[in-house]
Design a protein around this ligand. Structure first.
Ligand code: E4P
Length: 216
């Protein structure tokens, strides 16, 4: 399973990229607002320079025509930029058109059911983003949607990659990997928690103390 970072904050992306495990980044209008910028182009380009992998930038339009027009521009911003399209009726129309283009890389976003994932994949999405945390928040089982989507894609040889999105804690990452997600897009704070374990810290202290006993 590939590991992406879910943020538009450049300093967070630089830090996690320095670990050598980062394979992509997702942004959305809310994450742009949190990063304090509306300059999607510059953010996407900078991220691509740092990561050299898929960078999702989301359309603002809600009608197919507007989404297609925005996608035409967004997809020229960098070699790895992926256009994020909401999974609505208008979104499907836009995905179908954009997927015909040579550079038509699409991340179908705001997916809350396996049916939406199936429709987005049929419309030509490269990635389908299932929002597990928001489903859990609403009292549903987000991971079940990942499991169902993974089973359907496997059974019917559907090439779209499943992105576990809206991740809330490190356990979500493990469960997404076991459930068949191809990618997890992870918030910075969760990524930092994934590397931490108190026993690792205690272990280092003990090793150094013991080493001092023999090495002086
Ligand atoms: C995915 O690409 C989205 O940016 C993201 O995972 C949304 O997560 P949220 O529910 O934390 O806003």
């Amino acid at each position: 399973m590939k590991l992406w970072l879910d943020t538009a904050k450049i300093e967070e992306i630089r830090e996690i990229a320095s670990w050598g495990v980062l394979e992509g980044v997702t942004t959305n209008p809310s994450l742009m607002a949190r990063a304090g910028t509306a300059d999607r182009k510059s953010v996407a380009r900078t991220i691509d320079e740092i990561v050299g992998g898929p960078v999702s930038a989301e359309v603002i339009s809600t009608d197919a025509e507007g989404m297609i027009e925005e996608a035409r521009e967004i997809l020229t911003w960098s070699p790895h930029v992926v256009v994020k399209i909401p999974t609505t009726e208008e979104g499907l129309k836009a995905m179908k058109e954009i997927s015909k283009w040579e550079n038509g890389r699409i991340n179908a976003t705001l997916i809350f059911s396996a049916n939406q994932a199936l429709l987005a994949a049929k419309a030509g999405a490269t990635y389908v983003s299932v929002f597990i945390g928001r489903l859990d928040d609403a009292g549903q089982d987000g991971m079940e949607v990942i499991r169902e989507t993974a089973a359907i894609f496997e059974l019917h040889d559907i090439p779209a990659e499943i992105v576990a999105a809206s991740i809330r804690h490190p356990r979500h990452v493990i469960e997404a990997a076991i459930s068949g997600a191809h990618i997890a897009t992870i918030p910075y704070a969760v990524m930092k928690k994934m590397i931490k374990h108190p026993l690792t810290d205690v272990g280092i202290v003990r090793f150094l103390e013991d080493w001092k006993k023999v090495a002086g």
